[in-house]
Design a protein around this ligand. Structure first.
Ligand code: ACO
Length: 323
């Protein structure tokens, strides 16, 4: 039975680190408020002229190096972003060209903060369908470009960055002991699209717009939906919550992460937390956290991992994989 196995992981963060105190130079806020409400202490911002494809290409290069592969061995790139370089072509094709990859195919996925979960599920489906053997799955964002710097309730929460995984088809016994993706769960509900959105867009206003969020409502949906999706995907994978070695949640807010863990009765020692250093990097947050966790020794081959995310749409989902 075919499984999509993680062969490599990598990330890239722009050089500029912005501590919470920076916001106090132009907003009525404080390090204490930002830390206590979100868990965020600092974030990285892309330099002027540095685009999502720049970050994505660096992260992809790191993942390929970790896998011991080069771009010519990759059949497809699936890139999750809500901050593409251009309206079109897809940022994935820019990365394809910059990696020197002259065959295969590349496309973007847009599911905001759930983007990497959607990209992973799509890449898994491509592998299981025999469309591709090796897929580069990337999450990359430059959310600093869509912030309203006068809105203290949102601009303090986000950061820029990129992360990537290399998935490869492998044959296994078809049990939960095999490495690779065991189950995926994708959900969305467009009735809630007004509570988290960017106010511009090509077709509606020919503008870029700024992020706006009804924070309390998003918080409520996040804890409830992430817990449900996690339980559903674990059941689909045929494992139980106590079998899980590591949880890699979307890094939006420490309070969402801890509340969801409490709801699922998961001890915090099992949860990967990077939000303090990266802020919310939307679709980049999960592969970034996976890469950092592997560097820290918190993710090892054979670990049973669940990863989950929610974002604008609302769109959410979860994946269970044996690392
Ligand atoms: N600094 C100081 N004060 C602030 C700031 C700030 N940066 N932002 C808001 N405040 C003030 C508000 O104006 C308000 O003041 P008031 O009582 O005088 O009106 C007060 O703090 C409380 O504001 P709330 O919005 O009620 O604060 P809350 O406790 O809900 O925290 C937060 C806000 C952190 C956004 C919270 O709602 C939250 O965590 N929401 C989850 C949303 C999230 O993380 N989304 C990420 C994107 S979606 C995703 O990735 C899942």
């Amino acid at each position: 039975m075919t499984r999509a196995v993680v062969r490599g992981v990598g990330h890239y963060l722009p050089e500029r680190v912005v501590e919470n105190d920076w916001f106090t130079t132009f907003l009525d806020t404080s390090d204490e408020w930002i830390r206590s409400r979100s868990g965020i202490e600092r974030r990285h911002f892309a330099a002027e002229g540095q685009t999502t494809s720049d970050l994505a290409t660096r992260a992809a290069g790191a993942a390929l190096a970790d896998a011991g592969m080069d771009a010519s061995q990759i059949d497809a790139i699936v890139l999750a972003t809500s901050t593409p370089d251009l309206t079109f072509p897809a940022t994935a094709t820019i990365v394809q060209e910059r990696l020197g990859m002259v065959r295969g195919f590349a496309f973007d996925v847009q599911a905001v903060c759930a983007g990497f979960i959607y990209a992973l599920a799509n890449a898994n489906a491509l592998i299981l369908a025999g469309q591709a053997e090796r897929v580069l799955v990337i999450g990359a964002e430059t959310f600093s470009r869509i912030m309203n710097w006068e809105d203290r309730t949102t601009c303090v929460l986000f950061g820029d960055g990129a992360g990537a995984l290399v998935l490869e088809a492998a044959q296994g016994q078809g049990t939960a002991a095999d490495r690779g993706i065991l189950a995926t769960d994708l959900q969305s509900d467009g009735r809630h699209r007004e509570i988290l959105k960017v106010t511009g867009g090509v077709s509606a206003s020919q503008s870029t717009g700024h992020l706006m969020m009804a924070g309390k409502e998003v918080f409520r949906h996040a804890v409830e939906k992430l817990a449900t999706s996690t339980l559903d995907v674990i059941a689909k994978a045929g494992v139980s919550i106590t079998d899980i070695d590591r949880v890699v949640p979307h890094q939006a807010n420490i309070r969402i992460i801890t509340r969801t863990a409490q709801k699922l009765d998961l001890p915090m020692e099992k949860i990967v937390v990077t939000v303090q250093d990266h802020g919310n990097t939307s679709a980049a947050s999960i592969p970034l956290a996976m890469s950092v966790a592997q560097d820290r020794g918190e993710l090892s081959e054979g670990d049973l991992v669940v990863t989950e995310a929610i974002g604008g749409g609302l769109a959410w989902g979860a994946v269970v994989l044996r690392w």
